[in-house]
Design a protein around this ligand. Structure first.
Ligand code: ABU
Length: 495
């Protein structure tokens, strides 16, 4: 078997001179194509391709024989070409976007080092850094002296799951050993507009979706307090055991902030764990001006806060913060002797991995810490203030433009609205009107994606027909960009 130097090096994992040439070429391409070209306004957000066609174009089949470096570089370029450029300013589709250069650099560094953050011996820097960053975040939340517990975990859904686990353990420490058989029927409360993960994780943990009592929301998407109290009383009358309320600070669709002070009062009155899913809205805590939206969060037992959302840290960067020191370890530790040996030569309190339900874990802290050092806390504050100001600007823009209607007055930087095309404007607001309006957003979205001009999401909510949700978390967006979004939506809706 004859192989070139580069091909025989392929069999080794240790980087060689041939790898160096390959990697340097690749890095340049990635920088040019994904980071710089991928974020230029004049370039497309995506290159839409039907799935069957994309399968053919990318040829994803795995092979017995190795590909050449040339082919691998082409595969990398094609991957970039056919992927959505989520850092493009016109990607306003999800609760994440942007390519922060320092966040990206941080991500590169951790990927190069390939750590797993469970023990000090394997991840000394990241283990210590996690505690520094989590303490600072707890201080910002308002927990006394930043005391308590916390973790970086893969996504807000799992962070919400950790809240259920800790709340249940707090009420019934025996659950760890004895399991669900030792418990009464537990009930938790969250709003009808809360993230679906609360129900999903309640099911995963054996609580059951029927035992997640959904609380009505008002027209802005905030939890209805009188309904919450009556549902707590209903659960008690049923001889079930209410144990937690999962409030939301920045709902996924409307961006509503639940009334946290009032929820804290009810949680104290009925002895319930108070969790705040601030995965999205938590970023507002960085701003002296907007942190009032989360007033009362300092009284919570736990918080989900995803820096990859409003703070524009690269995916994925999610945290679970808790006021109860040591509870994560008490609740989840399993003391695997092969990893968490107690007779190590250093202080094993730094082997924090056992408080997670994961074993292997990425160092998501680093990109956030690196960004934080690059911007300072003041930089994050400026970023948050700017995106809120831009959301206010966009809201005013559509209020003054014919055909646009807000779904609710936005509290956060996600703005939900309809565009009513001219042909529908004079029709009575009946079922027929709703059916016609329901078709507009998907039609506009299809055209946007096929032309690669922009990405904005849409959804129905309760009985409301499909509406657009514009999400702003890119502080480099300009007023011209806002006008451009409005113009595209009008153009595609009318044509
Ligand atoms: N974890 C919720 C994110 C979904 C969204 O971007 O809308």
């Amino acid at each position: 078997l004859k192989m070139s130097g580069a091909e025989s090096d392929r069999l080794l994992s240790l980087p060689s001179k041939n790898h160096e040439k390959f990697l340097r070429t690749l890095f340049d391409n990635v920088l040019d194509k994904a980071i710089f070209d991928g974020t230029k306004r004049e370039n497309k957000v995506l290159e839409w391709t039907d799935p069957e066609e994309l399968q053919k174009k990318l040829n994803m089949d795995l092979k017995d024989d190795p590909d050449s470096d040339e082919t691998l570089l082409k595969l990398a370029n094609d991957t970039i070409k056919y992927s959505v450029k989520t850092g493009h300013p016109y990607f306003v589709n999800q609760l994440f976007s942007c390519v922060d250069p320092y966040g990206f650099a941080g991500q590169l560094i951790t990927d190069a080092l390939n750590p797993s953050v469970y023990t000090y011996e394997v991840s000394p820097v990241f283990i210590l850094m996690e505690e520094v960053v989590l303490k600072e975040m707890r201080e910002i939340v308002g927990y006394k002296n930043g005391e308590g517990d916390g973790i970086f975990c893969p996504g807000g859904s799992l962070a919400n799951g950790y809240s259920i686990s800790c709340a249940r353990y707090h009420a019934f420490p025996d659950v760890k050993a004895k399991g669900l058989h030792s418990l009464p029927r537990l009930v938790l409360f969250t709003s009808a507009d809360a993230h679906y993960s609360v129900k999903k994780l309640a099911s995963f943990m054996g609580i059951g979706t029927d035992n997640v009592y959904l609380i009505r929301t008002d027209e802005c998407g905030k939890m209805d307090m009188s309904h919450l109290e009556s549902e707590i009383l209903r659960a008690k009358e049923e001889n079930a055991l209410p144990f937690m309320v999962s409030a939301t600070a920045g709902t996924t669709v409307l961006g509503a902030f639940d009334p946290l002070e009032k929820i804290a009062d009810l949680c104290e009155k009925y002895n319930l764990w108070m969790h705040v899913d601030a995965a999205w809205g938590g970023g507002a805590l960085m701003s002296q001006k907007y942190k009032k939206l989360l007033k009362g969060i300092e009284r919570s037992d736990s918080v989900t806060w995803n820096p990859h959302k409003m703070l524009a840290c690269p995916q994925q960067c999610s945290t679970f913060l808790c006021r109860h020191e040591g509870i994560l370890s008490e609740c989840h530790s399993s003391n695997a002797a092969y990893l968490f040996q107690k007779d190590k030569f250093y202080d094993t309190k730094y082997d924090t991995g056992d408080k997670h339900i994961q074993c292997g874990r990425r160092a998501d802290v680093y990109k956030f810490w690196y960004m934080w050092r690059a911007k300072g806390t003041k930089g994050f504050e400026k970023h948050v203030d700017q995106i809120f100001e831009k959301a206010e600007y966009f809201t005013e823009l559509i209020k003054n433009r014919e055909g646009f209607e807000l779904i609710a007055e936005p509290e956060c930087t996600n703005i939900c609205f309809w565009y009513i095309p001219k042909k529908l404007r004079n029709l009575p607001r009946d079922d027929q009107f709703n059916q016609e309006l329901h078709k507009i957003a998907p039609k506009v979205k299809e055209r946007m994606m096929k032309e690669g001009s922009m990405m904005i999401t849409y959804q129905p909510l309760n009985s409301k027909p499909n509406f657009f949700r514009l999400v702003l978390q890119d502080s480099s967006l300009t007023k011209q960009d806002m006008m451009h979004f409005v113009d595209i939506i009008v153009k595609y809706s009318e044509e």
